[in-house]
Design a protein around this ligand. Structure first.
Ligand code: GDP
Ligand code: IMO
Ligand code: MG
Length: 443
């Protein structure tokens, strides 16, 4: 019997991404039969460290590293098939067999090369607009334009379309002229040829033919057979297109609310939600970040936590833990339990701060997250201060062995958010986890 006795679980980021979801998914994989991605695309970068091996996963669920679990890329994901092949080949070259363990929804939408060009051209235009940088700071992986086409319908390509050269040709012969005109109007010199793209993408369809399938029936069949599903969230709740710091968000529902729409399974399938929260805050790209540090303490967090992006290598913005934001995400995602990651990074700080309210420009305070990025940009964080600790986390075997100051810090988070912290991660490696199941409640 495993430590955790439950069936289907969702893992979701409670901040602005890079909370260590990949590590926790990898750790939970042993308890599940199938690991499913439901949102996002190659904008995600999930790192898993196994001994001296480091893996960076972008489209393929982190569960693939287990060697025998089924992994699914659900319909809610946008897939750059060339990146996917690159990732498959890179894993296979490192001895990870993929074969038919990876199944891809025929309904998932394709990120095409013109999407990446649109993403880049728009970001550059926004950076220059009216003398102010209004860019989102996207990963330029074509995510927003691909989801836009999904909603537009007539200009979209789905993975299933790659399996039929004629369908693909018909669609691209309509899309390419429209897209070329749009790109030219934005000053881009790139043009896309329907015939060339048809050949390239039909060839990749042939290559992935045995992996592309109707994952909706597949997932329902698995649930009927009593198999357990692990939902791997990409990006994070504060980047959710509906509930994040809009417009400084990504283009999918990365909160748990995206799971039914991104897989075809009803929400009732999810028996437990684990929210992943860094012991501090980081953000990549633009947008409000109330607890951001522009001083030596921020630099220290960045260096100690190696806070440089997995996808684009960008230095991450760093700051104190924002509990107003985390409590909001935990509420939206229906979190049952928190995994606090990168806890070792806080070791050696003399004092630490937790943000438990925002001071508004009129002098009043609120402990509620704000829906407008403009409003959020004007708040001042209200902090509670805590004493630091200086204990090497490698000497710690259980949560109870943590120094009293560290337990106080974690205890205040649990009290404020109203959710138990059942997992404390104290290093990047797979085994560097302190798990406490006593406070865990499944539905
Ligand atoms: P994800 O996108 O949420 O999967 O997170 P990323 O992989 O982008 O970023 C998390 C980074 O922190 C990766 O480099 C992980 O290897 C690393 N990491 C995860 N957990 C811990 C931890 O507890 N301590 C330390 N020091 N690093 C960790
Ligand atoms: P993981 O899964 C951190 C951010 C980008 C940008 C905004 C929009 O590794 O936690 P996009 O390319 O999606 O249109 O960019 O969202 N972003 C992430 N930041 N981690 C991620 O994923 C992210 N996915 C998107 O930096 O600000
Ligand atoms: Mg990441």
């Amino acid at each position: 019997m495993s430590e955790f006795d439950f069936t289907s679980t969702a893992v979701v980021g409670l901040q602005w991404g890079d909370e260590g979801k990949g590590k926790i998914v990898d750790w939970l994989t042993a308890e599940h039969d199938c690991i499913v991605r439901y949102n996002g695309g190659a904008n995600a970068g999930h790192t898993v460290v196994v001994g001296s091996d480091r893996y960076a996963l972008h489209l393929i669920p982190s569960g693939i590293l287990s060697g025998h679990k089924t992994c699914i890329i659900g319909n809610g994901v946008v897939i750059d098939p060339f990146k996917l092949i690159e990732e498959i080949e890179s894993l296979e070259s490192r001895g990870i067999a993929i074969g038919d363990r990876l199944l891809i929804s025929d309904r998932a939408h394709v990120v095409m090369p013109y999407h990446k060009e649109q993403d880049t051209v728009l970001e550059e235009a926004l950076a220059r607009s009216s003398g102010m940088d209004r860019s989102i700071g996207t990963t330029r992986r074509g995510i927003g334009p691909a989801y836009s086409d999904k909603v537009l319908r007539a200009t979209a390509i789905r993975m299933g379309d790659l399996l039929d050269r004629n369908v693909l040709r018909q669609k691209l012969s309509v899309i390419c002229p429209v897209r070329n005109a749009q790109l030219a109007s934005m000053g881009s010199e790139s043009t896309f040829d329907a015939e060339i793209l048809t050949e390239q993408y039909a060839a990749i369809g042939d290559r992935l033919r045995s992996n592309i399938t109707d994952t909706v029936y597949l997932l329902h069949d698995m649930v009927q057979e009593g198999r357990s599903i692990l939902f791997e969230g990409a990006n994070a709740c504060l980047l959710d297109v509906d509930f994040g710091t809009y417009p400084y968000v990504t283009s999918s529902n990365c909160s748990t609310l995206g799971i039914p729409a991104g897989t075809g399974l009803p929400g009732s399938t999810i028996k437990r939600v684990i929210g992943i929260m860094k012991a501090y805050s980081t953000r990549v790209g633009g947008g409000p970040f109330p607890t951001e540090l522009h001083d030596v303490e921020g630099d220290r967090i960045r260096e100690a936590g190696n806070e440089y992006g997995t996808t684009a290598g960008r230095p991450r913005r760093c700051g104190w833990l924002d509990l107003v934001a985390v409590r909001y995400s935990a509420m939206v995602c229906g979190v049952d339990s928190i995994a606090c990651t990168l806890f070792d990074v806080l070791q050696g700080f003399k004092r630490l701060k937790l943000c438990t309210a925002y001071r508004l420009p009129d002098g009043t305070t609120t402990d509620r997250f704000l829906p407008s990025a403009e409003q959020l940009a004007t708040v001042e964080p209200v902090y509670e201060e805590f004493q630091g600790w200086n204990t090497d986390m490698n000497t710690i075997g259980s949560r109870q062995e943590l120094p009293s100051q560290a337990r106080e810090y974690l205890g205040r988070i649990e009290e404020f958010v109203g959710v138990p912290i059942d997992i404390v991660s104290i290093g990047p490696e797979r085994t560097q986890v302190l798990a406490d199941t006593t406070g865990a409640g499944s539905r």
